[in-house]
Write a protein that binds this ligand. Sequence first.
Ligand code: FES
Length: 330
Amino acid sequence: MSNEIEAIKDPGLPAHVHRRADTDPKAALKAERQVAILFLLSALGTLTLIGSYFFIPQDAFIFFPVLGNTNAHQLFLGLGMAASLFFIGMGAIHWAKTLMPDEEVIIQRHEFRSEDEDRADLIATAKAGAAAAGLGRRSLIKRSLALSLGLVGLSPLILLRDLGPLPGDELKKTSWKAGTRLVTDPGDRPIRADDLEVGAVAQTLPQIGEGVHRKLSDIGKDAVLLIRLRPEEFNLDAERLSWTHEGIIAFSKICSHMGCAVALYEQQTKHLLCPCHQSTFDVTRAAKVIFGPSARPLPQLAITVDSEGYLIAKQPFSEPVGPSFWERSS
Ligand code: FES
């Protein structure tokens, strides 16, 4: 018979050592319970993920000695997903190692389509293998696996909910107001014009009250890049030039294409680059797009200094930050 799978004793191999679960029903029962516990831990992980998504506010923080203030929503989402996937994998591996059929076989392979008779044999063998795996008999494993797989399947559906709704006019609202100081990120220290040398770039945020936690969604919208040039290097109209201070210019850090963080600055060319799709903005011309898919410049924040010499916003952003496609009505 061709294409057959059959158990063959090879005299060249050492004698096969059977696992305890193959010969001892008590060991098999113990292994079965261990597998079920692993699947149940996976289910617990998924329930943690779902619970944290719905019941822990996105701006809830928790203090850990080493990590410091940590976002509890994201922490438990991550831990839940990690436990869910880790334990379902561990359960499957433990099941395969302790209870699945443990036979040494040699598969006779042939190059072309097998005979119908052989294909039928293969199906029969696969069914026999499934029966030997004990799915029918081991109802505890079957049920716990079904629960675990069912809950794991729910996770992506829940995360899909994060794709919407559209932000509406939320991108028109940031924390920047007239008089808001620019502070370092990280560090929250107010910045003086002298802190920046010509050619320097720094990420800043608006100053908020002491002990107030920034919402993650606000950080995304509020992040601003400060860049210092020589004043004569600007090629701006009078209004935009008045939004700068002693060669320092400020732009929203959120790319106007699809919202990535614009993070690369070429000091020689004075270009800002978005690493996602290579949109390139000319700092000397109010972040005009000179390359890439972005359709509009990065919004510029008008800045000046207060009576103590710290950099402040002159006014809020005059246009929405972030991707321009969110502004379309259709
Ligand atoms: S998100 Fe910046 S170029 Fe696409």
